[in-house]
Design a protein around this ligand. Structure first.
Ligand SMILES: *Cc1c(COP(=O)(O)O)cnc(C)c1O
Length: 345
């Protein structure tokens, strides 16, 4: 009764992008070399061994995807197999047990179905965020991979990442922090990278910017990532996105590259120097949370140099955003087979 009342009171249109409790989550334990059966829990807490490697040595990886209520009332997941693949790469990168794709799919769908009443209606701008989590739950005192792992998925209804909507934001280039080393863990989705990004991100927010633009850690010459999102620039009918070993391969970026080709743009994935910023007609940051955050201006914190792209989103960014959002919500034909309808909800 309590949860029903809670649901009925949700104001979908004003939901923040924040944790919101739902009824159930799903957990799976890896023990003695194999994954056990998934278990449904109604607790928001995890009993964890005090010597778990996740707590001491950062053996932790996560994913983020969304379930979208379409215009036709159907609930779609977007390219979840890519999230499964990336989580396996993260597991491999920090020596954790890998979650097989079938298990990943089964658990995310179960978590969405069990909390179906929290899937925001079409047209509210809100979606159901799905957060898979994998961590070393077994104890170790020496620096060694755990013998036991926990894979779990919870969901949370969230509002749009930017309250103002599809509106360009200012971001800040920093030279005095790196989120990842060139041969480190930047290419996998592990918590440690986020820990390293918190201090510069907090400073950027206090200085009035939506996000930080990190440069390559070695030479500080090339664009790496826009905080927790990939960067792209548009010029001469070309979609350009940086190539670097320390960038997390964004599924949104990968999809935008394809859509860019579909609508007749050229696509380049290569090193992008800071100097090239002044030649772009449009720039943006992309990721699951916002799809695209168009960039209004980039300020280089080291020398005050400003690169401006305008107060209104450019035509190419707008088109890319509308196409991808349309595919996710079922208003644009999914010609690449990226979405999967979850049956029965
Ligand atoms: C998750 C993440 C992204 C965005 O990836 P999507 O698959 O598009 O959501 C970009 N950069 C970093 C560092 C990330 O962790």
């Amino acid at each position: 009764m309590l949860t029903q009342e809670k649901t009925m009171n949700i104001e979908w249109g004003t939901l923040p992008f924040a944790y919101f409790p739902t009824d159930f989550n799903v957990r799976v334990t890896y023990k003695n070399g194999k994954w056990l059966e998934p278990e449904v829990s109604d607790s928001e807490y995890i009993p964890i061994h005090m010597a778990a490697t996740a707590l001491h040595y950062g053996q932790e990886a996560f994913e983020g995807l969304k379930a979208y209520r379409g215009i036709d009332g159907k609930v779609r997941l977007f390219r979840w197999q890519e999230n499964a693949k990336r989580m396996r790469r993260s597991a491999e990168g920090i020596m954790m047990a890998e979650v097989p794709e079938e298990l990943f799919g089964e658990v995310i769908k179960k978590a969405v179905k069990l909390n179906a009443k929290y899937i925001p209606p079409y047209g509210t701008g809100a979606t159901l965020y799905v957060r898979p989590l994998l961590f070393g739950s077994g104890p170790q005192v020496g620096v060694k991979p755990a013998m036991e792992y926990t894979f779990m998925v919870f969901v949370s209804p969230v509002g749009p990442y930017f309250k103002e909507g599809f509106k360009p934001v200012p971001i800040e280039i920093v030279h005095d922090y790196d989120r990842a080393a060139p041969l480190g863990t930047g290419h996998i989705k592990v918590g440690g990278n986020y820990a390293a990004s918190m201090r510069p991100a907090d400073r950027a927010h206090k200085e009035g910017f939506a996000s930080v633009l990190f440069l390559d850690a070695l030479e500080k010459k090339y664009i790496d990532e826009a905080g927790p999102a990939n960067f792209y620039g548009i010029k001469d009918n070309t979609y350009i996105t940086p190539q670097s070993k320390s960038i997390l391969p964004s599924i949104t970026n990968m999809s935008l590259e394809q859509i860019a080709k579909d609508i007749g743009l050229k696509v380049e994935r290569r090193q992008v120097s800071v100097d090239e910023l002044e030649t772009f007609e449009e720039a943006g940051a992309c990721g699951t949370a916002a799809i695209i955050s168009p960039i209004k201006k980039i300020v280089d914190r080291s020398n005050g140099k400003v690169y401006e792209y305008g107060d209104v989103a450019g035509p190419v960014s707008t088109k890319l955003y509308e196409q991808l959002r349309g595919i996710q919500e079922g208003t644009v034909e999914d010609t690449h087979g990226w979405t999967e309808v979850i049956e029965g909800i």
